[in-house]
Write a protein that binds this ligand. Sequence first.
Ligand code: MN
Length: 287
Amino acid sequence: MRFCRFGDGRLGLVEESHVRDVTAALDALPVYRYPFPQHDLFIANLDKIMDRVRTIAGSSPSVPLKDVQLLSPVANPSKIIGAPVNYQKHLDEVRGDAQLHHDNQAHIAVIQKTGLFLKACSALIGPSEGIALRKLDRRNDHEVELAVVIGKRANSISSADALNYVAGYTIGLDLTIRGPEERSLRKSADTYAVLGPWLVTADEITNPGNLNLKISVNGEERQNSNTKYMILGVPELIEFASAFYTLNPGDVIMTGTPEGVSPIQPGDNILASIEKIGTMAVKVRAA
Ligand code: MN
């Protein structure tokens, strides 16, 4: 199934060129009083929601996909995890370009040594909200990435078991301000984490390790690769991350970007696609 969030927080089931408004299925979610659980409620109850959606979809109103404002398919992740330089050719281009590394990162290491990083959840938006660039005197880059959404609480999981913990997949943009500061600062500005256009549930993508992914800016292709070139694949990233911290339902792993990162400016139009997921359009403006 393909779930989008749209408008003022409605839940949609994506069917070709239309969206079924299945917001009523959210009535199946448990109600909490403060303090709230540290996970995304929709993702934590995805099986229950999918059952409910199967029942009500046929009688739910249908709206053209082109008319809806797409939000992030996950509203409340407890973490957005990033995988730095997880494609060999991107590692080569970073090592070869002084604009992409800075003094404290001149000897940039492979991901096994660099480890993972976190992006602030306040950076998260959906495609319709658009990217608002900060630090316009600096280089700001796009990074298209397969984004994995964790479905079940996961702690110290082996790579062999890891895909059982995945709720689904979506396209991620890991926007980056270049400069000398820590990655987590430069990649956490408001709007610098885009997820969309929708969540494709894991049953539709049995092998996340062989998906074409690409991005164009103003119609010009900038990145075009395949997830088979990731240094650490999805199962290995889940093993790596869950060895350090518990992954909660709704947590997002942005799995790294291939070669071809390049600057974006206010006024640009981004189109990002991943095989078996879809395509999302995102506009760029100044903050
Ligand atoms: Mn990245």
